[in-house]
Write a protein that binds this ligand. Structure first.
Ligand code: ADP
Length: 400
């Protein structure tokens, strides 16, 4: 089956056209600056051919029209007719408490997504726009939704409830949801395959470290805790997000600096984390370069980033009552031996022993042969998960 995977943001759409048999992206690309001047579509094909188109792209429907046109084009395309697209898989950020797995999109599902908009005001509206645009442009093509939150719906109440009045959970659905679920699911499965045991027998900590960062405790295949919370702001230090902070700090700063709700949100989401602490950059490569130049603030940011991950490895080993594997993924997790090395430092007492050579060589298994806990570096592939889920759902509909 060939599935067009769409990740619709407020002003951008990322896409991949995936052959689920070969597990291969036949084409991928991105439309940026939707609704702004000088929108850009960049498209590349599996054979290396690529093209960049600058155009006036007013909305998500027009953006998807451009994507379809380039996929159909003689010189840069990968399909001969729109019918070659068997299904569409949408990344949807927030499934709330409703969606514990991926779903076939119906009017009722769209209605539920609209009901959940308040939980993800920045992300769900463009996801819904993308679904509606596809419905207009490809009315016969089945669409599925794959949620960032679903994998974590297995968390028990002791993990997902906050210590605030229970009525607030009931009234506003305030609880920990967690995100990056497709990535945590994918890499924990890959780790089990690499170990050669079923996931149902393993206790795994996964660390997805990109611009956004989160960890999960995957106990015999189920997420039982994760670092992101009600929103993606909780937990680890991130490129521009603070992660864990005493809630009183926010109230205190709001009082001192006279910040509005939205200004406080911008402070914590956009001006904190690596950029806030270092004053240099939100990009880990630049932080590491600054550390190597002797920059003390960058060193603080780097140390706090790693320390928090190390702390959660211990916390999650305790939460699961054991640990078989630790997995690093995401732009930083996959590419930074420095971060992996620092996180795993002094964790021998937990059974974690890094092989420095393997870590530096970017091998997939980076622990020593004698390490009781296997440590992996596994590239994530969220688009492939979305394509494969979509395939399974559409196939089961067809055979039903
Ligand atoms: P997103 O969360 O937006 O998908 P990515 O997963 O691509 O982001 O991760 C982006 C992060 O990965 C950036 O902080 C970037 O600096 C970091 N990164 C990429 N390559 C390296 C590298 N070689 N060493 C350290 N960090 C890297």
């Amino acid at each position: 089956m060939k599935v067009l995977v769409l990740n619709c943001g407020s002003s951008s759409i990322k896409y991949q056209f995936i052959d689920t048999v070969q597990e291969l992206a036949l084409a991928k690309g991105m439309v940026e600056r939707i609704g702004m001047s000088g929108a850009v579509l960049s498209h590349s094909r599996y054979d290396g051919d690529s093209i960049r188109i600058v155009a006036e792209i007013l909305d998500h429907t027009m953006a998807i029209e451009y994507v379809l046109a380039v996929m159909l084009s003689k010189n840069h395309g990968v399909i001969e007719s729109k019918d070659d697209i068997d299904a569409i898989g949408h990344r949807v950020v927030h499934g709330g408490e409703t969606f514990s797995g991926s779903v076939f999109i119906t009017d009722e599902v769209i209605k539920t997504l609209q009901d959940n908009v308040e939980l993800a005001p920045l992300h769900n509206p463009p996801n819904i726009k993308g679904i509606q645009a596809v419905t207009r442009l490809l009315p016969e093509t089945p669409q599925c939704g794959v949620f960032d939150t679903s994998f974590h719906l297995t968390m028990p109440a002791q993990s997902y409830l906050y210590g605030i009045p229970y009525e607030l959970y009931k009234r506003y659905k305030i609880r920990k949801y967690g995100f990056h679920g497709t990535s945590h699911r994918f890499v924990s499965q890959k780790a089990a395959e690499a170990i050669g045991k079923p996931l149902s027998e393993l206790k795994i900590v996964t660390a997805h470290l990109g611009n956004g960062c989160s960890m999960a405790a995957v106990d015999r295949g189920n997420s039982i805790d994760t670092t992101m919370g009600f929103t993606p702001l909780e937990g680890l230090l991130m490129g521009t997000r603070s992660g864990d902070v005493d809630p009183s700090v926010i109230l205190y700063i709001m009082g001192k600096e006279g910040l509005s709700l939205s200004e406080a949100s911008t402070l914590l989401n956009k001006h904190s984390g690596l950029i806030g602490l270092s004053g240099e950059s939100s990009d880990m490569r630049e932080i590491i370069a600054a550390v190597n130049d002797g920059n003390k603030k960058a060193k603080n940011a780097f140390d706090i980033f790693n320390y928090r991950i190390r702390k959660y490895v211990g916390a999650y080993a305790a939460a699961m009552g054991g640990l078989d594997a630790l997995v690093f993924t995401g732009g930083i997790g996959e590419n930074s031996p420095e971060v992996r090395g620092e996180v795993c430092k002094d964790l021998e007492f937990l059974g974690i022993e890094i092989d420095q050579q393997r870590n530096a060589n970017k091998e997939n298994l980076i622990s020593t042969d004698g390490s009781r806990v296997k440590v992996f570096r596994i590239p994530t592939n969220e688009e492939l998960v979305i394509a494969l889920d979509t395939y399974e759902i559409v196939k089961s509909k067809q055979t039903a």
